[in-house]
Write a new protein. Structure first.
Length: 276
């Protein structure tokens, strides 16, 4: 730095307001950058990147999950902007920051986390903006989960103060079903839409577990397959969306509920993302 260059309190405050970094960090950035404002901003970004790298081994189990659809309800997104503490995740500014990332994803029809991170908003990428938050807040921050769903009609649901997000895709528009089925998925965490959607590997694993349980109970081997089949049917009923008891009326299944609204209405896909 030139001996004639002086850093004023006004300059430090200006940099602090623009970047959100601490006063001492801003002063050091301006000193290291010989008073050049743009270079000082770059310095702080670089600092953020270093902080992010140093914190890479720290767990970020908290955060904000946002589920949202496009205006035509044909595409839905879920993003998890994760951090380390609930003190940060419950902050309104952090929630607004997560929402700004979602807005960018929707506006630019993003398809992956990598594409989202490299997306430019103004003169900065989303990755730059995240690193600025790292420098400002001092926690590991990232877009740790990203899901996209496209269907003739997509409903979204955010549960528990941004702690879980759900997307439900249907073959046709039905807002009532969209709301109720999204809440069902949030509450009951199905593994697939129906029995045919469950992978053969999952079915085989459940069958082997059931047979071992039956043997441990001392039941005859010839009965094992029959009893295991009953356990598998119970598994399908509890774990697949269409067969589950409808949370608003346990006397009917989700499939029965959909038929009561429209006999041709079907769920074609769903996504569920929770913190942790």
């Amino acid at each position: 730095m030139s001996s004639t260059t002086t850093i004023t309190a006004a300059e430090i405050n200006k940099l602090r307001l623009q970047t959100g970094a601490g006063m001492m960090d801003c002063r050091k950035a301006l000193v290291e950058s010989n008073g050049d404002f743009e270079s000082a901003i770059d310095y702080l970004r670089k600092k953020g990147q270093k902080v992010a790298a140093l914190r890479g081994d720290r767990e970020a189990k908290e955060g904000v999950i946002i589920a949202q659809t496009t205006n035509d309800n044909k595409t839905g997104y879920i993003i998890n902007v994760s951090c380390e503490t609930d003190f940060v995740s419950k902050n309104e500014d952090y929630i607004a920051f997560a929402q700004s990332i979602m807005d960018a994803a929707i506006d630019n029809n993003v398809n992956s986390t990598e594409e989202l991170n490299s997306l430019k908003v103004g003169n900065e990428t989303i990755a730059d903006k995240i690193n600025e938050q790292v420098a400002k807040i001092g926690e590991k921050i990232s877009v740790s989960k990203f899901e996209k769903l496209e269907a003739p009609f997509v409903a979204s649901y955010i549960h528990g103060s941004y702690r879980m997000g759900v997307l439900a895709g249907f073959n046709k528009v039905n807002e009532e079903a969209g709301k109720d089925v999204s809440m069902q998925i949030a509450a009951m965490n199905p593994i697939a839409i129906d029995q045919s959607s469950v992978s053969p590997e999952t079915v085989e694993r459940e069958r082997n577990i059931a047979i071992e349980q039956i043997k441990a109970e001392g039941k005859p081997a010839e009965m094992a397959e029959k009893i295991a089949a009953g356990k598998i049917n119970k598994f399908f009923k509890e774990s697949t969306l269409m067969a589950q008891a409808f949370v608003k009326d346990g006397n009917k299944s989700v499939a029965d509920y959909l038929k009561s609204l429209d006999k041709d209405l079907k769920v074609v896909a769903f996504k569920r993302v929770a913190l942790g």
